[in-house]
Design a protein around this ligand. Sequence first.
Ligand code: ADP
Ligand code: MG
Length: 628
Amino acid sequence: MSKIRILSDSLASQVAAGEVVERPAAVIRELVENSLDAGARHITVEVQRGGTALIRITDDGCGMDREDAMLCMERHATSKIRTKEDLAAIRTFGFRGEALPSIASVSRFRLATREREALSGTEIEIMGGKLSAVKDHGGNHGTVIEVRSLFFNVPARRKFLRTEATEYSHIEQQFRLHAIANPQTAFTLIRDGAVTFHLPGTADMMDRIRGLAGEELVTRLIKLPEVEHLGVGVSGYIGGPGLSRSNRQQQITFLNGRPIESPAINYGLKEGFHNALMKGQYPVTFLFLEMEAQSFDINVHPAKKEVRFHDGFAVREAVARAVKRALETGSKLPTGHVPSLPRLPVAETANVQSELVIPAPSGARAAVSPRAASFLTPSPVISAPRSSVATSPSPPEVTQPASAESASSVEKIPSVAPVRQPEYEEEEDPAKKQMPHFRIIGVLHKLYVLMESTEGLVLMDQHAAHERVNFEKMRKAMEQGGVPSQRLLMPLTLQTSPRDADVLMRNLEALSRLGIEAEPFGPNTFKIEALPTFLKTDDPLAWLDQVIEELQSLSSKSSSLRLGEDMIATTVCRHSVKANDRLALPEIQALLDDLFACEMPYCCPHGRPTLIQMSLNELERKFGRQAP
Ligand code: ADP
Ligand code: MG
């Protein structure tokens, strides 16, 4: 007797359900996609007990006639594709015709649907995959689908469900994805009878993000420039420097409106953010990619979450470019807010001193370069809400210039006051960074500069700040023709392995832009004629070995876009600052000025913070002066 048998339809559906419907959130994904495909303008998602007891999706889409309503419950019944060619150019969310029968095979399922013009509609009930009733339905046009007791007939799967709270959090995440991808559609989420989100349809993506994530996040987002690169359109919003998460939950990306995950996009983001994000941290993104349907394949994952791009490299580059450009230009806007360091109101303009002074502990006064003053904006300034002490999201507030009494709540200390430089102010973008109002207290362990701000205590990592300043200086120099270099009186001879010689040969030009003039000088030998002027090392040959080593590892990992920057960030920069240099007060002030002249002052090129603030509130809490 033969052993092979064709599975019954209901068993086949249950097997498919295992792939399509891994948890309640997946049911919501499939049903909301169907509603969107049906052209719904309003979609309501209702769940009870984390979706395990009930999921009900109500839409005002096109609905179905009786024949379609019966047919849609069959496996591989779909209205969305007919031919092979259709599959290559999918524009709808669904196309496999598997979702409804799969869901119905593992639940108590009810479908009620009516076409707009039809006199009456159809109601169908299915119990664990078996049709139990077909009736007329007199409700509104559109479709209601109810899924009760999910997995009631598959105990093995039910066991795998997590707590109701966890399942609900997946549902909410799924709901957010749909809501962000489709701002024109109104969405409502009802949890155990209470409305959690009620989002009217809007043409403005920001409204939708605000409705879902709150005002605070919105003030910290930067708009991406609309980039089109090698057939990949990129747009959306990203969190400014300093805004990050320890997981990818808020790294949201869409391809043609479909939420997706893809290593190519992750690489692109990593590349774009690479010197603005700490290791192990992930950015906040609302990224929208638009591509021709022919240039990717969505049919690789049962839940259609992953895509395969025909040209993954183009995707990666397009994403990286958009992010880089946004960070460079957008981070100057007041919306590019840094959580640990609230923008501080600049001091009184009525009482401007004629020069910028810092009180040295000895009482001596150090003048500060007028350039620093050009980064000061006149008061009043918009200050973004503070995240460290924020209790509820609030809109940006206009801060009045601090009065002489309130400038320092601790004691009256002469402090750095800004000078207005009219000739600079004309050219400066008014939204440009404001130089915060700091009083330098001293240096801790030859590394951390302690400063008093109107908000509390600010710490600057001297080393990280230096790296940021040098990084930006060198990057600029490199873009403008090369890092200044110094000819050596006696050229050095560098012997290398054949492998190192190869990587050197391929990167002679990049090295020259970094101030290293090297020339082939016999087999596996190079003559080094010039080195960067800033280099502080007693052993240049050992330093060059490190450069080659990093060049080896970078040229395999970095794109052309990044190699130069990475070289500066990893090698050149690190060696331009000596650890534990003791800085005098004027040098500290100069460093601070230089830091605030940077495009991204709040983190070093490796993404570590340069400044940390501890608010008075936080201190008071720590000392028990205030209830936590
Ligand atoms: P797919 O979405 O892959 O086509 P489904 O099993 O999800 O497969 O749905 C089968 C068919 O049922 C769809 O192609 C569509 O014609 C119809 N359908 C499902 N949900 C709705 C809805 N909410 N409104 C109108 N038609 C629907
Ligand atoms: Mg579908």
